[in-house]
Design a protein around this ligand. Structure first.
Ligand code: SIN
Ligand code: FE2
Length: 213
């Protein structure tokens, strides 16, 4: 994929209603992040959640941190235990916490201390339809989203589902941050094209950090 085919998002916090893309910010920590993902998933394996409407999500998910995002027939929510094991979610690895803090600061949100890290695992063909992140206790804190492995096309929409979405290419190590007036923007991920990456094989791993409680 070449960048020219895509829309762009600013690299500095100049447009408050927009997300910021910090290209390659996570590259130095990528190996440590993926090792930490393995440690988390050894305790809390990836699983395909069921939407409230009864659909199996194509993206596999798990969590680390005091709170984890879950979905089932009862709705979308955060909980302190993994419903699969009944145990607390694995604690948030220090390398996760530090990167989330530093990325938020670089995007103009100092002092970010997430209590939830949703880990998404995308295989080729999987997608995340346009949605808002609105299950958190308040919207005062930003969202920090870290891309690892094979590339994806991120959809950056508007405040209404029907608004035209920009198509933003995201590569291994890229970090997207949005908050403030952009906090409730619709966003999603296009079905992933087939690809392989030296560190993840045919997978994309996304870490989404939030302050949920
Ligand atoms: C999300 O919206 O929860 C994840 C976005 C992504 O995978 O880039
Ligand atoms: Fe989201």
């Amino acid at each position: 994929m070449t960048l020219g085919l895509f829309d762009d998002l600013p690299a500095t916090p100049q447009a408050p209603e927009c997300a910021v893309v910090l290209r390659g910010l996570a590259l130095p920590q990528a190996a440590a992040l993926l090792q930490a993902v393995d440690a988390v998933t050894a305790q809390a394996p990836f699983r395909h959640l069921i939407t409230p409407g009864g659909q199996r999500m194509s993206v596999a998910m798990t969590n680390s941190g005091a709170l984890g995002w879950i979905s089932d027939r009862g709705g979308y929510r955060y909980g302190s235990t993994d419903p699969t094991t009944g145990l607390p979610w694995p604690s948030m690895p220090a390398v996760f916490r530090q990167l989330a803090h530093d990325a938020a600061e670089a995007a103009g949100y100092p002092g970010f201390a997430p209590d939830a890290c949703l880990i998404n695992r995308y295989e080729c063909g999987t997608r995340l339809s346009l949605h808002q992140d609105r299950d958190e206790g308040n919207y005062d804190h930003p969202i920090v989203s870290v891309s690892l492995g094979i590339p994806a096309i991120f959809l950056w929409g508007g405040s209404e589902r029907a608004d035209k979405a920009r198509r933003v290419g995201l590569w291994h190590g890229d970090v997207v941050v949005w908050g403030g007036p952009a906090r409730l923007r619709f966003h999603g991920v296009r079905p992933l094209a087939e690809a392989t990456h030296a560190m993840t094989g045919a997978l994309r791993i996304n870490l989404t950090f939030r302050k949920a409680g």
